[in-house]
Design a binder for this molecule. Sequence first.
Ligand code: C2E
Ligand code: MG
Ligand code: MG
Length: 742
Amino acid sequence: MGTERGWLWWPVCGMLACLVYVGLPDGRVSAVLSAVVGFASLVLLVAGVRRKAAAHRGPWWIFAAGLVAWVAGDEIYAYQAIVGGAHPYPSWADAAYLGAYPLFVVAIFRLTRERRLRELAAVIDTAMIATGLGLVYWLFVIGPIVRDDTMPALVRAVTAAYPTAGVLLFAVVGPLLIRPGRRSPSVWLLTLGSTAALAGNLGYTLLPGVDPLLDRAVFGAFLFSYCCFAGAALHPSGDDPVVRRPPPHDGWQRIAMLTASTLLVPAVLFAEAQRGTEHVDIEAIGVGAVILFALMLARLSGFFATVQRQSDQLEQLAMADELTGLANRRLFEQDLAVALRDGLVQVAVLDLNGFKEINDTFGHATGDQLLTVVAQRLREAVRDDDVVARMGGDEFAVLVREVSPAAMSAIAERISASLRCPAGANGQQLLVSASVGTAGNETGEEIDTDEMLRRADAAMYAAKRAGGGRHLRYTADLDAQATVRARAGAELRAALEAGQFHLVYQPIVELPAGRIVSVEALVRWTHPERGFVSPAEFVPIAEDTGLIVELGEWILRQACAQAVTWFAEYGAAAPQRISVNVSARQLAEPGFAGLVAAVLAETGLRPEQLVVELTETAVFDGGQALRTVEALHRRGVRIALDDFGTGHSSLTLLQTVPVDVLKVDKSFVDKVTMAGRHAVIATALIQVSDGLGLQAVAEGVETPEQADELYRLGYRLAQGYHFGKPVRQPDFVPDAVYSARP
Ligand code: C2E
Ligand code: MG
Ligand code: MG
């Protein structure tokens, strides 16, 4: 018999054998059958236990010991009946039977216990059931036996021991019966077997000698329990037959059972009063009530401790940032409110620069790790009692009590410095920097949490605008500037809607003849009151407020449409290309390349007829801006680096950015006619440009001498007032005379 299926096989066979046993008359045949069932169960049980992992065998061996005692009891009983022809009472068989109960109780308890945490609760529950039930048994079954002087003491003791053992068994089987949740087959068989044994015990103690058939049924029930126990040990799940996922709280069944146990005391009193018994065992009821009460208290205190622990954990969770373990915004604001009430407070708010790029480029896992590293550095940069919080995203805040603004600035510097070392995240060495804004309540004004954070934020944004990993302290000026900016932003939007912008076009000519080959679109704002406003003034504001995205889209569409109109109108005389200036903010928009494609499709301009002019700083940081430029270049749009030579890494950029055109800055053109070393850069740049196969455009050419000199140096394209100012409609007529001398 393969033990794999044997676990079910044997209980089923055993059940049939037990039914046969109940039907047989008391005698040799039934004794043999009982012995076969008993010994076979024992052998199978031991076989099952030996197949288990060593760590799980302990309680099963106890179980086996109990079964050995029971089978031994059976054999002694049978031997006495067959050899002696009588059943002496009490006998060694009773000793064996009774001795097995504690073993079974311990083994069942250990085999079916829940997780360790709940073990104490389980013990208390078992004790409560045992006490309640024991009290009833004592009053109605055991007490009368013990008090019955007509019986010898040993008989009384053994007779009382059976119901006592039954109570103990019930205390472990009861919770098993009502337990919610999934049970393994092993637990099912344990439950079934111990229920059968319990039924046998109840029949034996409560209904002694009522009917011979009942007596046989009692023994049959015990026999059946042997088979179930063997099956439980044989099932592979019996390795660790604990119910896998106990419910997180007590089920209603358990609560009902405990309630019933406690209510037994008043119920007993009530029943006794009804019966009008003259001997009421007040001591027993009193002791039972006290024990139950104490157990209930113990259970409740455990319950309250659990509730307290869980609510503490919940509060912790609600106040901590999940990723970094720092305080979260809520806790920070709470602490800040308290600190503001108590005295001097300094707050720093910091925001990582370029974090979004890192996230986009290396993925969120790396981003998350970087945030963790930053959190740690912040923690290390301040004292333990300072509050460090993650306010959300890549924004952090630090709260320091009782320090001067100067000290806070020093702290902010320290923080910035600590962030400047490369951070290892997911195998990448990343450079981070943060813009830090600080604010405090040292002025003595009444400042609330929101205002404090707003001020630190304002300073942080100003620091960010100023660029790099800077630190700025809040001043009222910042608010004034912000107001001006906000007003200007609103004004720009209104201007866009009111159609106050228009474009002008400045020729880019071929040297030496001066033929227009291209035009650069430049935006103009005519304010109804202020008149002409320079783009140098409003473009930065538009970038700041983000309005440049909308304005830039309008400019792009307008310029492309204009170019197409000119092609239609002037044919071969029309400029071959149109240049449009694009700011960093526009390039940083992930949708920009798509927008350009859409506008080209809409207007019918070919990609190679469009030149996008960008400044070195826009693409210096790489990231989305660089990806946008690469996408545009792939589509065939030409890329020009504007004001070339004024940035701090012009030449490096030529290796990373796909460039077609270098627009050599006006400052180098201005000096080209001066003697000596001044012309060196203009000379060098044309060589670089030629060497790399790029086109160079000399910007800001104002005099014929400059044009001549540039031509002599090798420049073939130029732009400047000398050839034409930016106007709404340049003159494209072929022989218009803008000429540099040959
Ligand atoms: P930029 O792209 O370098 O444009 C060239 C600027 O130099 C223009 O000034 C132009 O009028 C001026 N300029 C051209 N030739 C000469 C010259 O011979 N002498 C002098 N002194 N100046 C000359 P503008 O139009 O005031 O534009 C200034 C800056 O504003 C532009 O510099 C560009 O960065 C920005 N800008 C202008 N239009 C737009 C636009 O449509 N979008 C964006 N994003 N920025 C624009
Ligand atoms: Mg330009
Ligand atoms: Mg320029």
